[in-house]
Write a protein of this length. Structure first.
Length: 180
């Protein structure tokens, strides 16, 4: 399904492994201030290897049951981005949610767009999904550009949608319909 994909000459995307906990922890520590405006308030133990190892293990269980796929972007051994295709619902819905971030030192290089395009292709061709949804804060122009460039459409605005940076914030909602 999600095979290792070369996104550019240096960076690959692949499913996370439990052994990636140190690299993921280092990435979160390195990007803590950068990600703070875009994420929920995190407890201090979130930035530790045990917490990240447990989270990866939980997400891999979800992968085994067909409910999600935790993906990482890697430049060599350095994790430089995190993508989650999560909440896969089968039956008549055939849908999933997408969340992601890219390391501050790698932002603006087209990696997020390349990764989202590959996730959309795999979700359509290998997973048989019909739809992927994603949301962005109203002022997150970079993520909006990624989604629109990768074929998502704006479908609305959800007031006070997610508790981000310590407050309930409005989000733009996007979807990619994979089968017309």
């Amino acid at each position: 399904m999600f095979e290792k994909q070369q996104l550019n000459k240096d960076v690959i995307m692949r499913v996370l492994r439990e052994s990636d906990a140190p690299a993921l922890t280092a990435a979160y520590v390195r990007n803590r201030a950068y990600l703070t405006p875009w994420e929920p308030v995190r407890p201090d133990d979130y930035y530790t290897e045990p917490w990240q190892a447990e989270d990866i293990a939980r997400r891999l269980v979800a992968t085994g049951s067909g409910e999600g796929h935790p993906l990482g972007l890697f430049d060599g051994d350095t994790l430089v981005g995190r993508f989650n295709l999560a909440g896969i619902v089968r039956g008549p819905f055939q849908s999933a949610g997408l969340g992601y971030w890219v390391d501050s030192q790698y932002a603006g290089r087209g990696l997020a767009t390349a990764a989202v395009r590959e996730i959309v292709r795999t979700a359509r061709d290998d997973l048989g999904l019909h739809r992927i949804e994603a949301s962005t804060l109203l002022h997150n122009v970079g993520s909006q550009r990624v989604l629109l460039t990768a074929g998502f459409q704006l479908i609305g605005m959800a007031p006070r949608y997610l508790h981000i940076a310590g407050t309930w914030q409005d989000h733009n909602l996007y979807q990619a319909v994979l089968h017309e």
